[in-house]
Each structure stands twice: as structure tokens, then as C-alpha cells.
Ligand binder design. Sequence first.
Ligand code: ADE
Length: 237
Amino acid sequence: MIGIICAMQEELKEIKAGMEPDGELSYSGVDFYLGKLEGQEVVCAVCGVGKVFAAICAQTMILKFHPSLIINVGVAGSLSKSLGVADIVIARRLVQHDMDVTALGVPRGQILGSDIQYIFTSEEIRDALFSSIMMLNAQGAFGKREVKALQGTIASGDQFISSKGQKQLIVEEFDAIACEMEGASIAQVCYVNKLPFCVLRAISDSADDSAKMDYPAFVELAAANSAKVIRHFLKNR
Ligand code: ADE
């Protein structure tokens, strides 16, 4: 069984639409949707926004449903000039940009008392997701324009990034290409549970002063693109 976690209903909408449902169960305040998607057994959930909700959901999913893999899917702010709205990022590694124990000499993003700073995703899954994007582009599945796909660092934190200053700090410190609010937390849960995982996000905004306007305008388009990739990935697995 494959676990799919989205932060918000908008992000799960097009994924759930394709599911043959086989029941719903609630644990830890999260609704888990069971069923088949593109021929694969899946358990899907909307975890809520931020790292705490994301961790609760991922750990509960692991304990209750024993997925063999978790993929976090949804939207992100772009931190790269090469990534515009609707383009797609596959995380090679994730870091919590708001984890800061630098006062005690710990590198920014590293969790005190552990060696956890950057957490790497499954290479096999990220390559398969990348291939899906290339195939969907070849089919014209994203509309008039092909989407760009990059693999790189995603930085997560409990902040909606919406200024040049905030964005610059994250880019300079972590060389990240996208920011969101859950991925690194799901990564940490999967890491401690020794479970393969990946994070796939489509760009809804550029995480600067225009983000407040762009996010509501493009969240649906971005979410639909990320859902297309996951469905193609499952169909070809
Ligand atoms: N998710 C989508 N856009 C974001 C942003 N600008 N900051 C944090 N999370 C996001």
C-alpha cells in the first residue's frame, strides 16, 4: 500500500477524484481514505498545514496502515528563477528552515542531539516521478506549455514565505529551490521509521511579495499538476 499525504483538501481533490474508494477511517483527528488509484492500493490523507499536523498524520498512517512508501504531494513556493507557476519540484533532500539552534553552535536546520539536518528522499521514487513528468510533457498533458521539472532541496517551515528577505535567507542558507510547510516533517517521520518517501510539489507562487496574490490564483492549477504526476506514477508502477 502506498501512502499519499496532502496538506490541504485542494491538493487531494484531483487525486481523490480518481480513486475507487474502499472506506474511510479516522485516527488522531485525521481522515484516511482507502482505495485503489490507477490500479494501486493507496491510503490518502489531508494532514492540515504545518509541520506538527504533518508529523501526526505521517506517524499515524505508518502505525495504522503500514504503507511501503509515503509520498507528500501538493504545492510550494518557488525559490528558483528557473521555476515558475505550475512547474514541478521533486525533493532530493529536505530541511527544516526554521530549526535554529545556531546559538549553541549547531548548523542552521540541524536538530540538536541528532545528525539530522538534510533528509534524502528515495532515489528510485524520485527518478520514477521525474520520468512521469517527462512522459506527461510528451503527451501534452499539462496543457499548452510543458512544465519544467527540477530535483533539489525543499525547505519546510511553519511560515508562509512572502517576502524577498525571507526567501533570500532560505536560498542562501540551504540552497533550496522550493519552500513549503510539511515536507521535511514527513521526511523526518519516515526517516525514523526507516520508510522510503518522496515529496513532489508544483509551484503556486514565487514566495516573495507577489505570493499573497499569486497563491490563491494558482493553487488549484498547481495542485492539479502535482496530482497528474502522482496518478501517472502509480499507473506505471
Ligand atoms: N506553499 C505554497 N506556497 C508557499 C509559500 N510561499 N511559503 C510556504 N509554503 C508554501
